[in-house]
Structure formats: structure tokens, C-alpha cells
Design a protein around this ligand. Structure first.
Ligand code: GLN
Length: 537
């Protein structure tokens, strides 16, 4: 087993996760079995209780783990299936150590960061190594070098590398080389200082992946190599991509990152065959068609809050040879202005998941606009719930219909708390989470898109369609095309007499990949394209 540790320097948001995932792609295409893991130094047990403003998207795995969005990159860029073991936070480490202390496991010793906390971190590396049976484990350490809370993780990987030996472990540091406008040049000092910080704690990176907005040139690379004590060939350039994040693996391959990694770790493999990846990219960069999709959400100004949704839309575009322009629409804006003003001219409307009341009425109006005007609509989780509320109010004339999440005393609770949630008092990790089977109705649009009658989809919700209303909805043309296998829980709805109005209680976006676009997104973009052609959009 070989271990690669990816750390980050200078600033956050450099795309460390993407770099780790792209390296995973390259190694996998060299025929190696790869798995990835993320360490997050914050004290939350998982990001499930954090606001998207704090953290971005919460990515959900098959086993119901609520994890960091970098795990989304790992699953999209590689074939690896991740579990809750693949995301470790300081909160989990301390919870474990304290539990063991209370049990008396430490036999009278003083419990300390070194060795008890660091041992616990190393145990996790070992556990993944054993469980995944991979050739290579890539571990990304969240945060930035120099953060106090990241120190135990860095100490743990330093010790670990010493233990397994330097032909088995490799340190890659992702760093920033800023362009200073007034000087008209790229500057290496922040990188030098960040590497110095790492060396202070005993880690000498073998490879520096330098993020910059332009090419670095030979001299600059030589300078970084000299000042940072990294061989010249280990100074890798990772410029901002021009079109798409899916360019990153190809860019790193041109820089020979994978070749160097394999040489340093004594891994003998043929070069990575990236031809299928190049095909995907070709479709992304020069698509035959173009469509515009509106995403109506409440965290629209954040890049990361709907990460997997945006990616899945792009994958759906690839499947249809369509370039997709995503219009990000703030739901509250729809409440202030008329829906028509913001939504007219779009080829499709998507309402993603969400929690809390803010913006809900705007989303209801977006669903209404799509239904009334025959605009293709895809609703995800809350997006299904608002479509239900809208239909109840406008078609079934239940004017006060609502979800009890937003209006606990509504006379018509068409969306209500799941039975299993009634006793829940603690918020962390208690939603209906993870992969659950969904039974699709024969002849439904959903079944046709999937080409299957039973599928597994990932969930993250507390509320559901209230079955007291099923008959009335069905009679009015609101079809329940997917349910739990016992038929009790509504999973997919679709409208008759509409070109494409599909909404689901689960999150299909978590299982879409560029080389395997999700069927619902594929179908949605196909419908969007057809609608756009027909309307001359
Ligand atoms: N807030 C809704 C619920 O808990 C929807 C959740 C979601 O969109 N992920 O059921």
C-alpha cells in the first residue's frame, strides 16, 4: 500500500480536493486501485449541522454519512465508493479519545495530543488501508498549513510516513503563487514561507503543486525548487482552468505529476490512458447545442452550496452534447419581483434541496411558473416538496397548504414530518440519510429514464409527502411514479400533460459523474433542449 498526503498552503480554496481527486483519476487510469480520504480539523463531528454559509454543500454517501464536499470530487473523479470512514474530523477524533478515556482504556496515563490523538488519526489511515484493499490511499488534510487546529493531523502523518518508509509515503503540498499587478509578476514568497512552516514541523514536501492564474516559466520554477528544497521536476504548475474543472487531470498529466508520483513510490504502471476523459472534455468545451437552466435557491451567491447540483447539470449537458449556462436565481428575488421577470426565457428550471423558511415562497412560485408554462422542471428534495405545495394550492384549491416545517399549524399539511422523525430531539446525524431503494412505476417517465424499476438513491430529509392527500393529487394528474418498496413513502412525482415535470425526494446529484451522467439530469437536459428548440430560445 502506498500513501499520498496532500496538504495546502497560503490560502484556502485553492482546489486541494480537486487536485487530490484529479491525481486519483490519473492513477486509476494507470490501472491502480485508488481510494481517497479527507481529514477536517474542525471540531464538529461532521458538517451535517453546519450552515452552507459556513461550509458549502454537505455531501451524502451511500451509508448516510454527511461529509465534506471534497468527497463529492473524489467520487466524481474516480470509481471509488466512499464510506463514513473516508472523512475524519477533529470532532470525531476527540469524541473517540474521550470515550476511551472514560472507559479507562488508557490505564492511568495522562491523555495527550501526542500520542493519543495522533494515534487515533493514524488508526483511521490504517483502517481505510485495510478496508479498501487499494494500491494507493490519497489523504487530503483540510485547512491551511499554519492553522493551530491542523497541527495534530500534520504530526500524525509525519509519524506515519516515518513508520511506513519514504518509498511508501509521499507529501504533496498545494500552494499559491499570486500575480502581483503592481509588480507585473508572480511571487514565490508565500510558497516559500508555507513550505518553511511545513518543514518546521518535520514534513518536507516531495512535490509542490503551484496554483496560479498564469504560466510560471522556467526561472520561477527554478527559484521555487531552490528555495523550497524540492527537485525541479517536483514543481508542478496548476493554472486556473479555462473551461472546466474536468481539465485538471489532463493538465496535471501534461505536467507529469502522475509519472513522478509513480516513480517516487516505486509503482510500475503503463501511462494513464485518458482518451475517454478527453472525449468528455471535448463535449464540454465545444458542444453542439446550448441551453439555459435556472437554479432557484437560497444560497445562490455561494459557489459551493449547490456544488453537486451544478456538476450534475453539466454532466447532463455532456450526455446531450449541450453546453449549459446556469442562471443562479435567488428565491427571495422571485418573491420581490414577479416570477415571469426572472424566469422567462429559461430552457428549464431546477429547484434544489434546502432547509428553513427563507425563500420558500419564491421556490413555490418558480414551480408554478414551470407547471403553468410547460417549462421543464426538476425538483430535488425540497424542490419536490415545493412542487407539491404549489399543486395543492393552485390545482386542488387548498389555499393554505404547506409543509409543517414552515407552517406547523397549516390546515393542509401536504408535506409533514416523517413518522420516524417524531421522537427525534437531537439534530446531528438524525435525518433520513443515505441510500434507500426506490420502486418506480411501470410506464412512468422516471422508469423510462432509469431503464430500471428499482434504483438506489441517497437521501437527506425529515419531511415527506403526506399520504392523506395521495388520492386527491392522483385524481388531478399528479402522479406518484416512485415510492419506497412498501409503497408508503413518496419518492418521485411527475405531472401528466407536461413536457417534463419530475421531482424527487432524494438527491440524484450525489451519484452523477461526468462519465456516467445521472438519468434524471440526462432527461431534464434533453427536455430542456427540446423545449428550447421548439421555443426558439
Ligand atoms: N427541509 C426538507 C426536509 O427536511 C428538505 C430537505 C432537503 O431538501 N434536503 O425534508
Amino acid at each position: 500500500m502506498k500513501y499520498i498526503f496532500v496538504t495546502g498552503g497560503v490560502v484556502s480554496s485553492l482546489g486541494k480536493g480537486l487536485t487530490a481527486a484529479a491525481l486519483g483519476t490519473l492513477l486509476e487510469n494507470r490501472g491502480l486501485k485508488v481510494t481517497l480520504q479527507k481529514f477536517d480539523p474542525y471540531l464538529n463531528v461532521d458538517p451535517g449541522t453546519m450552515s452552507p454559509f459556513q461550509h458549502g454543500e454537505v455531501y451524502v454517501l451511500d451509508d448516510g454519512a454527511e461529509t465534506d464536499l471534497d468527497l463529492g470530487h473524489y467520487e466524481r473523479f474516480t470509481g471509488t465508493k466512499l464510506t463514513r470512514m473516508n472523512n475524519l474530523t477533529s470532532g470525531q477524533v476527540y469524541a473517540k479519545v474521550l470515550e476511551r478515556e472514560r472507559r479507562g482504556d488508557y490505564l492511568g496515563k495522562t491523555v495527550q495530543v501526542i500520542p493519543h490523538v495522533t494515534d487515533e488519526i493514524q488508526n483511521r489511515i490504517q483502517a481505510i488501508a485495510e478496508q479498501s484493499k487499494s494500491d494507493v490511499l490519497i489523504t487530503e488534510i483540510g485547512g491551511t498549513t499554519g492553522d493551530i487546529e491542523g497541527l495534530p493531523f500534520l504530526e500524525a502523518i509525519r509519524e506515519f510516513a516515518l513508520e511506513v518508509g519514504y518509498t511508501n509515503a509521499l507529501f504533496i503540498h498545494v500552494t499559491f503563487v499570486p500575480f502581483i499587478k503592481a509588480a507585473g509578476e508572480l511571487k514565490t514568497k508565500p510558497t516559500q514561507q508555507s513550505v518553511a512552516k511545513l518543514r518546521e514541523i518535520g514534513i518536507t514536501p516531495h512535490i509542490l503543486v503551484c496554483r496560479s492564474d498564469r504560466a510560471m516559466g522556467k526561472e520561477l520554477r527554478q527559484k521555487i525548487s531552490l528555495f523550497c528544497n524540492v527537485p525541479y521536476e517536483g514543481v508542478i504548475e496548476e493554472k486556473d482552468v479555462e473551461h472546466s474543472i474536468y481539465e485538471v487531470p489532463l493538465m496535471l498529466q501534461r505536467e507529469r505529476l502522475d509519472e513522478l508520483v509513480c516513480r517516487l513510490l516505486r509503482l510500475e504502471t503503463p501511462p494513464a490512458n485518458m482518451s475517454h476523459w478527453q472525449d468528455i472534455l471535448r463535449k464540454l468545451i465545444a458542444p453542439q447545442h446550448r441551453v439555459r437552466i435556472g437554479v432557484v435557491g437560497k444560497y445562490i451567491e455561494l459557489q459551493d452550496a449547490y456544488k453537486s447540483v451544478y456538476e450534475a447539470i453539466i454532466h447532463g449537458g455532456v450526455a446531450n452534447d449541450c453546453g449549459v449556462a446556469i442562471e443562479k436565481i435567488e428565491a427571495e428575488e422571485i418573491e420581490k419581483f414577479c416570477a415571469e421577470k426572472l424566469l422567462k426565457g429559461l430552457g428549464g428550471i431546477l429547484v434544489p434541496g434546502g432547509f428553513g423558511e427563507r425563500g420558500v415562497e419564491g421556490k413555490v412560485r418558480a414551480a408554478r411558473f414551470a407547471r403553468e408554462n410547460g417549462v421543464p422542471y426538476l425538483g430535488l428534495c425540497l424542490g419536490m416538496q415545493v412542487a407539491t405545495i404549489e399543486f395543492a394550492r393552485d390545482v386542488l384549491h387548498l389555499e393554505k397548504a404547506h409543509s409543517t416545517e414552515f407552517e406547523p399549524t397549516t390546515p393542509d399539511p401536504v408535506i409533514a414530518l416523517l413518522d420516524e422523525q417524531r421522537q427525534v430531539t437531537r439534530l446531528g446525524g438524525t435525518m433520513r440519510l443515505g441510500a434507500q431503494p426506490v420502486q418506480l412505476k411501470v410506464g412512468s417517465r422516471a422508469a423510462k429514464l432509469y431503464g430500471a424499476f428499482v434504483v438506489n438513491e441517497r437521501h437527506r430529509h425529515r419531511y415527506e409527502f403526506n399520504n392523506d392527500y395521495r388520492k386527491a393529487f392522483e385524481a388531478a394528474g399528479f402522479h406518484f411514479s416512485g415510492t419506497s418498496p412498501d409503497g408508503k413513502l413518496v419518492e418521485v412525482i411527475e405531472l401528466a400533460d407536461h413536457p417534463f415535470f419530475v421531482a424527487c425526494q432524494f438527491h440524484p446529484e450525489f451519484q452523477s459523474k461526468p462519465n456516467a451522467p445521472h438519468p434524471l439530469f440526462r432527461g431534464f437536459i434533453a427536455a430542456t433542449h427540446a423545449y428550447s428548440c421548439q421555443r426558439g430560445l
